[in-house]
Write a new protein. Structure first.
Length: 376
């Protein structure tokens, strides 16, 4: 009996050891699986975005990248085809000294693209019956010089007679009220009402939006545009989160990435309320344009009226070119530039944000890329 008991104990011990061994192997297997999934996730998130959504919308990303790199482009590009983002990539450096490259997530000044957004805010207020394009500026700001002779439509079309010099303020203007007061004090007036491009027109439109919609321009922007469209990486110049990478401004002086003759300053940006004071990504701008073409923000008829489109023509045959830059009357055009080219229906659209003034024409560059994506 003792021998049998001893043998039984040995068998029991062996069985327990085997169970422990199997459990350990199982734990190791689970850990290996978890580790593999983590590695796959990291590799996947580190890869370039694949925006090819179908045979009809796919583009030759290698050919697009080759065309862009040949120009020495420094910035980010987004391509829209049939109302979908099919390509989005950065080129060159966001911060050369630190070796940080531009990506599709890099933040750039939007420049004058913001005027398009401000005009849509005005269009929404008109559609709601809160404004009319024929309303006089004096209805909202009678203290502004000659405001009784200027309509909202004239402000939108840069035919108000107003001109605000593109110069940095003597100090950073930290509130919207200060920014509006600055524009009022620095703006001149010409009774001819001939076309004269000026940021001041859109500062005054931003002021009207504040008064009619209630609250700040920034709040109206957030609730009416950014939230509905999903523009999660668009900010006012002074509210960019620390975790976002902002492309540094460079100039092509004796080669690339020169810091000489740069134009940007907080003092300048703080004068551009409603006209060019936002930061964004190429993907966010693409989302905005797609929302317009889907009539999410305004109906087609409302957009035709706002943008003066020829209603007798097919939208797909009407081309749009929108250019912007951060510039100064005293220092000229800076390194931050933006350009959009495509058809009104967004069958094809090229959006570019630069952090160095391009060596080739922005329109020629965009048209070349547009022709490439539409040929697919």
């Amino acid at each position: 009996m003792k021998k049998i008991k001893k043998s039984h104990n040995r068998f029991k011990q062996t069985s327990l050891d085997r169970i422990k061994e199997l459990l350990n192997m199982k734990i190791i297997g689970v850990l290996f699986l978890v580790l593999s999934l983590i590695v796959m996730f990291v590799l996947k998130t580190g890869q370039k975005k694949d925006y090819s959504v179908s045979a009809n919308n796919s583009v030759d990303t290698e050919e697009i990248s080759r065309l862009i790199e040949e120009t020495g482009f420094i910035g980010a590009v987004a391509l829209v085809k049939n109302e979908k983002i099919v390509y989005s990539e950065g080129f060159g450096y966001a911060e050369k000294d630190d070796g940080i490259k531009n990506t599709s997530d890099t933040i750039f000044p939007m420049a004058s693209f913001q005027k398009r957004i401000t005009s849509v805010l005005i269009g929404q207020l008109v559609s709601e019956g809160k404004l009319s394009y024929t309303d006089k500026l004096s209805k909202f700001y009678p203290n502004i010089l000659n405001s009784e002779d200027v309509t909202i439509r004239e402000l939108l079309d840069h035919r108000s007679g107003y001109y605000l010099p593109e110069l940095p303020a003597d100090k950073v203007l930290t509130s919207e009220e200060e920014q509006i007061d600055y524009a009022v004090s620095e703006t001149t007036y010409d009774s001819s009402h001939d076309y004269a491009y000026s940021n001041g027109n859109y500062v005054f439109l931003a002021a009207i939006i504040r008064k009619v919609d209630g609250g700040s321009y920034a709040n109206s922007l957030q609730k009416r545009i950014l939230n509905p469209v999903g523009m999660k990486h668009t900010y006012t110049w002074d509210k960019v989160p620390d975790n976002e990478i902002i492309a540094e401004e460079y100039m092509a002086v004796d080669g690339n990435y020169s810091k000489e003759e740069r134009v940007y300053s907080d003092e300048l940006m703080s004068t551009l309320l409603g006209a060019g004071s936002l930061y964004t990504t190429v993907d966010d701008l693409a989302k905005f344009e797609i929302a317009l073409s889907k009539n999410t923000l305004l109906t087609k008829e409302e957009q035709d009226t706002l943008f003066y489109r020829d209603k007798t023509k097919d939208l797909g045959m009407q081309m749009k070119q929108i250019s912007g830059n951060i510039s100064s009357d005293a220092m000229g055009v800076g390194g931050y530039n933006s350009f959009m080219y495509g058809d009104q229906a967004n069958n094809g659209l090229v959006i570019t944000l630069y952090n160095q003034l391009p060596s080739v024409g922005k329109s020629d560059f965009a048209e070349t890329i547009y022709d490439e994506i539409m040929s697919e």
